[in-house]
Design a protein around this ligand. Structure first.
Ligand code: NAP
Length: 189
């Protein structure tokens, strides 16, 4: 798919060596909220976004999620190489293809280095943590045509300011769902 080709081209153009690519996928309201409550997965996203998301995940080697999000989507995530961030295990606990990891005591980039592509699937605490640790190379943000005026922030608790470069923008449907694809420039304030 074109978004993945564009990343490979960027890598070639910048003469970058292979390393793990971290890609966040976020669905948001126009006012940047990702959820109306922490105990529910978003039911307000469009069919077109769901199709894009599933297609993208089929090309990804592993996923990283927070414990709250894992608990909401465990059935689907159990089929994948899933890394669940949690402060509960001392270091690592494995259950089939799912690894519960405490990043305070484990070198997360090292743990994930054998995977070429890692999808960062949220929620808000995990998007923030991965951005702050410079473990995000790209972000896909699907903006659904809704204003919530409340709900969970994309980066819970806030982050430093990070500059991003727009790689592509696509309108996904007639109701006005937009898919934005950015590269994250950690070096530039
Ligand atoms: N719109 C979207 O694209 C999207 C995507 C995903 C999720 N969501 C929504 O987001 C909400 C969940 O987000 P959330 O912010 O409440 O929770 P979350 O990020 O899914 O999970 C938070 C939990 O993950 C663990 N965690 C996160 N960062 C950690 C770190 N650096 N070290 C150790 N543990 C860490 C902690 O678990 P412990 O308590 O075990 O320590 C923390 O309580 C849900 O409503 C979900 O539907 C929306």
């Amino acid at each position: 798919m074109s978004v993945f080709i564009s990343f490979e081209n960027t890598m070639k153009k910048n003469n970058l060596q292979h390393r793990t690519r971290y890609i966040a996928f976020v669905a948001a309201s126009v006012d940047g909220r990702i959820s109306l409550g922490s105990k529910a997965l978003p039911h307000w996203t469009s069919r077109e976004d769901w199709e894009f998301f599933q297609d993208s995940l089929s090309r990804i080697d592993a996923v990283v999620v927070g414990r709250n999000t894992y608990e909401l989507a465990a059935k689907r995530l159990r089929k994948r190489n899933t890394f669940v961030l949690s402060s509960r295990p001392k270091t690592l606990t494995r259950r089939g293809t799912v690894t519960f990891v405490n990043p305070a005591n484990v070198d997360l980039p090292k743990l994930l280095e054998r995977h070429r592509s890692v999808a960062v699937l949220g929620g808000g605490a995990v998007y923030r943590f991965m951005l702050e640790r410079k473990l995000l190379d790209e972000i896909f943000v699907t903006i659904e045509p809704l204003i919530f005026g409340r709900g969970k922030e994309m980066f819970v608790g806030g982050t430093r300011t990070v500059r991003v470069s727009l790689l592509s923008v696509k309108r996904l449907n007639r109701t006005g769902t937009l898919l934005l694809h950015y590269q994250i420039n950690h070096q530039q304030p």
